[in-house]
Design a protein around this ligand. Structure first.
Ligand code: ADP
Ligand code: MG
Length: 398
């Protein structure tokens, strides 16, 4: 009896056990399924996270690249206030500083929009303009070669901009020097040169009579590392304070007019290149060298004009050649082209080593000046198109 009862009980337990086993098995299967799903989810998550991280890195790299590209070639637009030259006619240009755009109306009355790195409207101040150039100017102290151009037709405000930049940049450099020399063992030396390029001929503005100077080719290397200019026969003057600079700028400007029948005409048909050579002596004895070229270009209106004769024709040809070469060279550099035709004009020969110093070593800034009045419309459009050729990021849309 007892055995029968026990057997039955055992059978019941066995059944219960197998039921439990079944449930456990089911749970285990569920669990492993959950585990598999979980690990799949983790894998997916990791992949996504990796992708996200990669994307972030890519974005950062792209951003740096854009910054680097833009930083090497900055193109700004500046509109001269209407009427200051006596022309009271209607405006065909409007600045949209908040959108970094200049708009220009064509013959059909359509507004065409050009985007720049920055735009200065009619009410912009000289200090607004300098603010944008400041970090570039200061980078010369760390060994960067900086070139700043003023481009535009005669009367568009190039000299107005550059005269301020020349003085203000030096003032800033001297201020920076004082601070740094007070805080460190570094010492600075500043020297300047002032050249005029007229009819593809280089003349020294700091030494009257010193004309038709030669530009050393890039393959020419002096044993003297001190050489910071490609025109060694031009006078180089040391400057220690802003008064020295002001005096030299005045002297250079007045020399420029010697021999020119009409001074304004000569100045609008030649390029004026004011160069500041900066040397920084580190405590270790190492010398860091940087150059700042401040360039007031010849009036661009000659580009469009033809049919001139005699002396005018020669000037026109020289300006056409140098400005179009400059445009091609800057466009080539901005587009990372391998072969850039520096040899085709004096101004590009002069600047070759400054413009090709390599990543981070050369920076270029161009101020495109436009006169807003109706009669200048054609020249304004050609200036804006030139900007587009120099920097691909100067885009146009309707
Ligand atoms: P450019 O050198 O291109 O021929 P200028 O710099 O001589 O032109 O400018 C022509 C005239 O317009 C000058 O009388 C100048 O003082 C004036 N001018 C140019 N830009 C401005 C400006 N932003 N604000 C006030 N006057 C200006
Ligand atoms: Mg001028």
């Amino acid at each position: 009896v007892e055995v029968g009862a026990l057997e039955r009980e055992l059978l019941g337990v066995k059944r219960a056990l197998s039921e439990v086993e079944e449930v456990v098995g089911e749970r285990e299967r569920e669990l492993s399924e959950v585990q598999r799903a979980l690990s799949e989810a983790v894998e997916l998550l990791e992949e996504r996270e990796g992708g996200y991280r990669r994307m972030c890195e890519e974005n950062r790299a792209l951003h740096e690249m854009v910054k680097e590209l833009r930083g090497n070639m900055l193109v700004f637009g500046r509109v001269r206030p209407r009427g200051v030259t006596g022309d009271g006619s209607e405006c065909v240009v409007r600045a949209r500083p908040e959108e970094c755009a200049l708009e220009c109306r064509n013959k059909h009355g359509d507004w065409k929009r050009y985007r720049f790195d920055r735009v200065f409207g009619e009410d912009s101040t000289q200090e607004d303009v300098y603010f944008e150039a400041k970090s570039l100017v200061r980078s010369v102290m760390r060994g960067t070669d900086v070139t700043i151009f003023a481009y535009g037709q005669t009367g568009s405000g190039k000299t107005h901009t550059m005269q301020y930049l020349n003085r203000r940049a030096l003032e800033d450099l001297f201020g920076y020097q004082r601070e740094d020399e007070a805080e460190s063992a570094r010492r600075y030396r500043f020297r300047v040169q002032m050249l005029e390029i007229y009819n593809e001929q280089i003349n020294d503005m700091l030494e009257p009579g010193n004309t038709n100077l030669k530009v050393q080719t890039m393959s020419f290397r002096t044993t003297n590392e001190d050489s910071m200019t490609r025109v060694p026969d031009a006078r180089i003057v040391g400057v220690e304070r802003i008064e020295d600079v002001v005096r030299i700028l005045e002297q250079g400007t007045s020399n420029r007019h010697v021999g020119a029948t009409k001074m304004n005409e000569r100045s609008s048909r030649s390029h004026l290149v004011f160069t500041v050579m900066v040397e920084r002596m580190e405590e270790s004895g190492e010398v860091v060298r940087g150059r700042l070229h401040l360039i007031d270009l010849a009036g661009s209106e000659r580009l469009a004009r033809s049919g001139a004769e005699g002396a005018r024709a020669t000037e026109t040809k020289a300006i056409n050649l140098s400005l179009s070469t400059l445009g091609r060279v800057l466009g080539g550099i901005a587009a990372n082209q391998r072969h850039v035709a520096f040899r085709d004009s004096k101004i590009t020969q002069l600047l070759e080593d400054s413009l090709t110093g390599g990543k981070g070593k050369s920076k270029c800034m161009m101020f495109m000046h436009v006169a807003p009045e109706m009669p200048s419309g054609q020249e304004t459009r050609s200036t804006l198109e030139f900007a587009k050729g120099v920097a691909e990021h100067v885009v146009v849309n309707k």
